[in-house]
Every structure is written in C-alpha cells, then in structure tokens.
Design a protein around this ligand. Sequence first.
Ligand SMILES: NC(=O)c1ccc[n+]([C@@H]2O[C@H](COP(=O)([O-])OP(=O)(O)OC[C@H]3O[C@@H](n4cnc5c(N)ncnc54)[C@H](O)[C@@H]3O)[C@@H](O)[C@H]2O)c1
Ligand SMILES: O=c1ccn([C@@H]2O[C@H](COP(=O)(O)OP(=O)(O)O[C@H]3O[C@H](CO)[C@@H](O)[C@H](O)[C@H]3O)[C@@H](O)[C@H]2O)c(=O)[nH]1
Length: 441
Amino acid sequence: MKVTVIGTGYVGLVSGACLADVGNDVLCLDVDPAKVKILEDGGIPIHEPGLLEIVRRNVEAGRLSFTTDIDKAAKWGVIQFIAVGTPPDEDGSADLKYVLAAARNIGKHMDGYRVIVDKSTVPVGTADKVRAAVAEELANRGSAAIEFSVVSNPEFLKEGAAIEDFMRPDRIVVGAEDAQAIDLMRQLYAPFQRNHDRLVFMDVRSAELTKYAANAMLATRISFMNELANLAETLGADIELVRQGIGSDPRIGWHFLYAGCGYGGSCFPKDVKALIRTGSEHGHELKLLGAVEAANEVQKHVLVDKIVRRFGEDLTGRHFALWGLAFKPNTDDMRDAPSRVIIHELFKRGATVAAYDPVAMQEAERIFGDESRLSYAGRPKSALDNADALVIVTEWKEFRSPDFEAIKSRLKQPVIFDGRNMYDPALIRGEGIEYFGIGRV
Ligand SMILES: NC(=O)c1ccc[n+]([C@@H]2O[C@H](COP(=O)([O-])OP(=O)(O)OC[C@H]3O[C@@H](n4cnc5c(N)ncnc54)[C@H](O)[C@@H]3O)[C@@H](O)[C@H]2O)c1
Ligand SMILES: O=c1ccn([C@@H]2O[C@H](COP(=O)(O)OP(=O)(O)O[C@H]3O[C@H](CO)[C@@H](O)[C@H](O)[C@H]3O)[C@@H](O)[C@H]2O)c(=O)[nH]1
C-alpha cells in the first residue's frame, strides 16, 4: 500500500519505518528541512534504539523516502497519517495548529480518495475539525467531489521501546465510521496481528478519548505511588517492598508502580493537562487528575528538598554530579524531564552541576545553551570529581552497578540522592555511603 506519514518525529518516523518494513511504500513528509536532510543523508534526527537499522534497510529497499514536498506527499498515499506535534497551549489544551495545517495541506493537494488518519494525540472532536478543514480546502479549489474519510488511530508506543511497541502492539485502536476506511485500516495493520487480532474498532470520539484515558491512568498510578512513597518515608516503611507487596495482585499488576522524582516526557504531563482542560471546557472538573498533576509537580522537587535538608537552603559554592538528563532511559528526549526542574532549582540556590547522560547531553546543550553553571562529563565517573554529592535522575542501565570505590574517592563526601531507587539502601550504606532514595528509610 502507498502510505504518507506527515511529521518525522518519534511517532511519525517510527510508524513510517515500521510500515515500510512490512512491505508498504512509505513517503515521510516534514516541514523541517534540517530533519529531512539528516534522513536523506542516511541518519536519523532522534535517538531511538533499533530505528536507524530499520530506516536504512527500507531506504535501501526503496520502500521508504523523505520529502518536504507537500504536493508530492498528498498525492502519494491513499492513507495519510498525521503524526505532528500537539504541544500544550497556554491554557493546557492541546495546540492543534500543526494538525490542522497538515490537514489543510492534504486538502489543498490531494487528487483522489484519501483516508486521513489522526495518529497525533488529539482531543475529542479533532477529527471533526480535520474533516472540516479538508472539506474547506477542497471546496476552495472546486474539488468538493473528491471523497475522503477521517480516522482516529492513536499511538501507544513508548520512547526507548518504540520499535517493539509498534511491531508488537498490545492493541491497535481505530476509530472509524465508514466501511471503506475500516477495510483499508484492516489491510494496513494485517501484518502486525498474525498471532491474534489486536485491532479494536470503535467510533472516532471513543478512540480519541481512549488515548487520553490510557496516559491519564498510567500517570495516576505513578502519582499514587509517589504520594505513598513520601508517606512511607515518614512512617519508616519502604515503598519498594510495598510495590512488591501489591504488584503481585493481578488486579493491580507490576507495571508503572515505580516511585521516583516525577514523571516527565512529551506525553504524560501534556496529556493529563489536556484532559483536565477538555473536562473543564465541558463542565466536568476532573478532580482526580488535578491531584495527579499537583502530586507530580511536588515530586519533581523532592530530590532538591532532600538536598536542602542535607546541605542547607543556600547552596552557593556547592557542586553536584548529576547522572541522567533524559526523561527516561534509552532516549535523548528531555521534554518536561525532571532533570530540568532539578537543575534549575540547584542553580536558583547557587549551586553548579556536572552532568552525564549517555545520549541526551547534546539535547541538554541545545536547551541550556552556554549556561556556565552546567558542565558535561564524558563519563559517569568524571562527573563525580569535587562534587558534594551525586544526584541520580534517570535510571540508565549503566548506573545499576556503579564503582562505589570511585564514588567514595571522587566525591568530596560520599552522598547519593537517588531519584529512581536504583540501589539497596542497606547495601549502599554498608559501603559507607550516605544514601537518600525515594520512599525508603
Ligand atoms: N513521543 C511519543 O512517545 C509519543 C507516543 C504516542 C503519541 N505521541 C503523540 O504523537 C504526536 C507526535 O509526537 P512526537 O513526539 O513524534 O513529536 P515530534 O515533535 O518529535 O515530531 C513532530 C514532527 O512534525 C513535524 N511537523 C510539524 N508540523 C508539520 C506539518 N504541517 N507538516 C509536516 N510535518 C510537520 C515537526 O517538524 C516534527 O518533526 C503528538 O501528538 C504526541 O502527543 C507521542
Ligand atoms: O513506574 C513508573 C513508570 C514510569 N515513570 C515515569 O513516567 C514517565 C513516562 O514514562 P513512559 O510511559 O515509559 O514513557 P513515554 O515514552 O512518555 O510513554 C508514555 O507516553 C506515550 C505518549 O503518549 C504513550 O504512547 C505511552 O504508551 C506511554 O507509556 C517517565 O518520566 C518515567 O520515568 C515513573 O516514574 N514510574
């Protein structure tokens, strides 16, 4: 099948590459010529494990190509995926300007029947807006007779595991209301469900809401565990043991129960906000989600609160080693990353920071510019030199079993603030290191 994917970010590029990998002819469009240049030159503009190999393989096979040519893209695929960003607007709602611009471009240039698929995370009612925008563009050029369908197909992939998630999805949600679109979507996704049917068809509005429901539920679990962790600490209990004690109940399950220094990324924070906003626009105050968001704001400050309790409010002249800048392991993405809040809070109190991250340091340089209070270390160990303490923000695998001798000898005094509960407190204290985790005594 010929497929166009609009937007070559985390979702668009992964979707385009995986759809090409199962035999489709995919053209990816982006408005950012720099991104398209990187892709045309054989690279990828993001860090996502396994993606480069799939992109290269499919470019070589002639099934995947990239363009900035809107006309070519609209004329290419019978299926047109919209996978552009939907960042939060000032009031917390999802900003639809990129989605609607992409829709209008399709309407301006399409030359036959198209299934226009909203893959971006968009509020309920967006498909209607996309439909209206395309219809208006077609009418403007006297082509109102050209038919099209609008489908909602939200994406559930996680950064860092995006290829696995796309290739072996738990479910593929499709909101579609006409037979032709349903048939094409079923054909497109057939290669991804050879084991069993993973397609869940529903009406468009339910599909749009399903995406927000999933992210809001997962964010709720995390905030619940974070609040409980803070209580456990006061009570002298250990949240890690509590997690093990509840996760074995199949009604609760093991996933997304890790307490830490707050959830970040380009999805949970913005999607929780957007759902709250949708609720209030329709007269429904989503009280629970308001609390989820508030708890997360508190949690992003928990590590600095611990640092202040240990070293005092004035951190002038203090220097901290920080391991992990990305919002989670296996990505270079720092959108809404807890590390950004922590670094700013340390700066505010007069401290300096030496950071290490396996892949996100370039992104940090882009964000923090020539900030002199932030330096970067080539290795985890070299970040430690002359630091008052080590602060761990992202649970990269390479931090799991560190050289405790080096930590003791390179830090001014052996203190670790661990925002991801990576170590056994008893073991690490046995090494003679002062240790502060989340929700543990
Ligand atoms: N990142 C994730 O893990 C993830 C997972 C599921 C869903 N989502 C949702 O998917 C959407 C995309 O997220 P992302 O992280 O891939 O975003 P991103 O910012 O990485 O990529 C978006 C891309 O779209 C391009 N773009 C913007 N307007 C365009 C236009 N009119 N035509 C062509 N290209 C255009 C941008 O240049 C950019 O390259 C969002 O709605 C997000 O909430 C993201
Ligand atoms: O037990 C946990 C699990 C996660 N996190 C944090 O939660 C955030 C989000 O993590 P994760 O969900 O793994 O990453 P994303 O790539 O943001 O993926 C989420 O957001 C995507 C975009 O909507 C969805 O497609 C995915 O299904 C959904 O998991 C990160 O800061 C994690 O550190 C915790 O604090 N504790």
